[in-house]
Design a protein around this ligand. Structure first.
Ligand SMILES: Cc1cc2nc3c(=O)[nH]c(=O)nc-3n(C[C@H](O)[C@H](O)[C@H](O)COP(=O)(O)OP(=O)(O)OC[C@H]3O[C@@H](n4cnc5c(N)ncnc54)[C@H](O)[C@@H]3O)c2cc1C
Length: 416
């Protein structure tokens, strides 16, 4: 057993794992990351980082680099996927004024790369090709059991994603399938030259059992698209869910702008959308869950990786506040982390499900949704204040949630 040579083991080297490693290293701890893949990296396309995340990137000294790698869009625009008309907007310059930090879109490999560089520079020990299969609680710490042996640390943070091995010690739940499937595509911007797209906005087309997202990446050199739809085969429990013929069928009848973007999606891979039911305890002894392992959401609020980075920041702040000559008071720090993050992430995971349902309404409900969105005052930020404001360190500081009763009242159409 490797003993006593690190303060913290982090299991998983995704965005959540690296964020925890960096934040704890910045508090003076020695951290080792154990990653099962042969190389540290990220697959996928763009991601949106709201001000509650860019505030934290700034504290870690990474905001300028992230901004230089990404794009600061001007607006977030919701449109109807069938008619193409605008439903509501968020002015992102105004948002920066309100929350003090920008709304950023970035290629996920660029964000992961920035975290990785920062971890390397800070001296994090990054170990690949190591799969953790079990954990043991021992006095004053925990042990990670992996294919290369057993490793002790005073604390272990499990950032091992949606299919987390560590989570099985906390709950016998499984990832929940939504039957929705995502196609992605990050392509050179020249490929959309002839299309009617905005290179300054994040545009989300919402429609019956489908949605379509577009935004620029890498200082406008790339263009990102995400097409999401309910797969009839996934819903029926069939194996060959989400094939390109299902993609094309699901988007039939969509407006011209959406139809024009579809052929540019990557058509050789697609992703099933899962989340996890909230669990209200993420800490056992000196083992803690973080990121998707703790709270995988559906992606509709664009807060999955953001929550992982918030987890990292909150835990590190509590560790920093409890640092003694012998190291941190881990039990106190982990309890404080558990007390606030489980509740915030419960709210986000459940609201993301509702938000997705709202996007995907059919028939009269879709018309009602459109009417509510059109009636919203574009300067009304009540529905994002609870998300985009400063990350709470204690339960008392959690912002009150948006109350749907405060949404605009509209005439409900009688038929679609
Ligand atoms: C279509 C889509 C769009 C999204 N858009 C956004 C967005 O705009 N904004 C946003 O904030 N979030 C977004 N998300 C969510 C975001 O991608 C995830 O929440 C985030 O990447 C989770 O990071 P993680 O590090 O917790 O988990 P992961 O990225 O899954 O990383 C887990 C790591 O642990 C490793 N691992 C697993 N098991 C073991 C083991 N036993 N031993 C060792 N290593 C192990 C894995 O190899 C992996 O490297 C989106 C998700 C999807 C699907």
């Amino acid at each position: 057993m490797t003993e006593g040579n690190v303060d913290v083991l982090v299991v998983g080297g995704g965005i959540g794992g690296l964020a925890n490693a960096l934040a704890l290293t910045q508090k003076g701890l020695k951290v080792r990351v154990l990653e099962r893949a042969a190389q540290l990296g990220e697959v996928g396309a763009g991601m949106q980082l709201a001000p509650n995340c860019t505030r934290i990137l700034d504290q870690w000294g990474l905001l300028d680099e992230a901004v230089s790698l990404g794009v600061l869009p001007e607006r977030l625009v919701m449109k109807d996927a069938m008619e193409g008309g605008e439903l509501t907007t968020l002015d992102l310059a105004d948002l920066k004024e309100r929350y003090g930090y920008p709304y950023l879109v970035i290629h996920r490999s660029d964000l992961h790369g920035a975290l990785l560089r920062a971890c390397r520079d800070a001296g994090v020990d990054l170990v690949t090709d190591t799969t953790v299969t079990d954990y043991e609680q021992v006095e004053d710490g925990a042990v990670a059991v992996h294919d290369g042996g057993r490793e002790f640390a005073p604390a272990i943070i499990a950032a091992d994603g949606l299919g987390s091995t560590a989570r099985a010690l906390f709950s016998d739940d499984e990832p929940v399938s939504s039957s929705y499937v995502a196609y992605r595509g990050a392509i050179p911007v020249e490929q959309v030259d002839q299309l009617n797209v905005s290179l300054k906005d994040v545009v989300v087309y919402v429609g019956p059992k489908r949605h379509f997202v577009q935004y620029p990446l890498r200082q406008g050199e790339m263009f990102n698209q995400v097409a999401v739809f309910e797969s009839p085969k996934a819903r029926a429990g069939e194996e060959d869910w989400g094939t390109p013929d299902e993609l094309d069928a699901a988007f039939e009848g969509s407006c011209d702008s959406v139809q024009a973007g579809l052929p540019l999606m990557w058509r050789d891979r697609w992703w099933r959308m899962y989340d996890r039911n909230p669990i209200m305890n993420w800490v056992q002894g000196r083992l803690a869950l973080t990121g998707d392992a703790a709270h995988a959401p559906l992606q509709y609020l664009a807060q999955g990786a953001v929550m992982a980075m918030e987890d990292a920041w909150v835990l590190a702040e509590h560790v920093g506040q409890r640092m003694g000559a012998e190291g941190p008071d881990w039990d106190g720090a982990l309890a404080a982390y558990n007390a606030v993050r489980t509740e915030h992430c419960r709210r986000v995971v459940l609201t993301a499900r509702d938000w997705g349902n709202l996007w995907h309404h059919t028939g009269v409900k879709r018309l009602w949704r459109n009417a509510v969105m059109r009636a919203r005052d574009p300067k009304d930020y009540a529905f994002v204040d609870w998300l985009y404001g400063p990350t709470a360190l204690t339960p008392e500081l959690l912002a009150p949630m948006f109350d749907p009763a405060n949404a605009p009242t509209v005439e409900v159409p009688e038929s679609a």
